[in-house]
Design a protein. Sequence first.
Length: 276
Amino acid sequence: MRIYDSQTQKRRPGSHLRLRAEPLDVQVVGYRARVDEHAALLLAEDGSVTTERLDPGTELSYTLGERHCAGAVDGERHVRCDNDPAPYCPEHTDIWPCARCTGDCTKPLDTCDEEHAVYLAAFAPDTVKVGVTRSWRLETRLREQGADRGAHLRTVADGRIARQVEADIAAELGDRVRVPTKVAGLDQSVDTDWWASLCQRYDPLVTYEFEYDLTLSDRPMAETLATGTVRGTKGRVAVLENNGSVYAVDLRRLVGYELSDGGTDRDLQSSLGAFG
């Protein structure tokens, strides 16, 4: 079946229509990483967006349904999209021009002219990355990523210079840490000797230490679910307890899913702590 633009009545290239026998359930259309407050899910229903806070002790009881594009969110309003790619189809995927920039650019964004900070973000026990952000967002950016430690290395005049400095340091340390690596260290602490050695080498202006109040005796199992009691959040990872086992949920992996009331009926792998 073809889809036509409501204004021109022309077919939109590559568009596909998905027919549904029943109305949409609530859909996860975004998330808020933990910064000053705990993380949250953004839920859409009938064009409106609400926030499901993931404070410790919150009980979640949702079954995951179909997953498709999360559409677009504008404040408290949601524009639905039924295209298959998730979490976002090409039409609703924002391409950030600075994502892979190394400073060889024309500063395409207004924010590029703002003062920037070059930083290190460390994750337990001994993983680190270099990054850049606008100076006033430094601590916020570290918390968004769920960093256990941070180090402000340099302050520079603009984003282009920051990216050039970042590229030099990234050749040694790297500039990204995947969520599975962060999950693997949730039950561990930062190696203090390793961190001290790193700081001695790069001589930061300021260092940061973050606590997330996640008391875990074992590593949580990585899962995609929205059922259980929230133990806490760290960056974009929520830790849920379900039937005696503890799970780490990457909130981005929930984006696009339709939700219905009632806990999951899937068989879940038990964490080691469930047998203690």
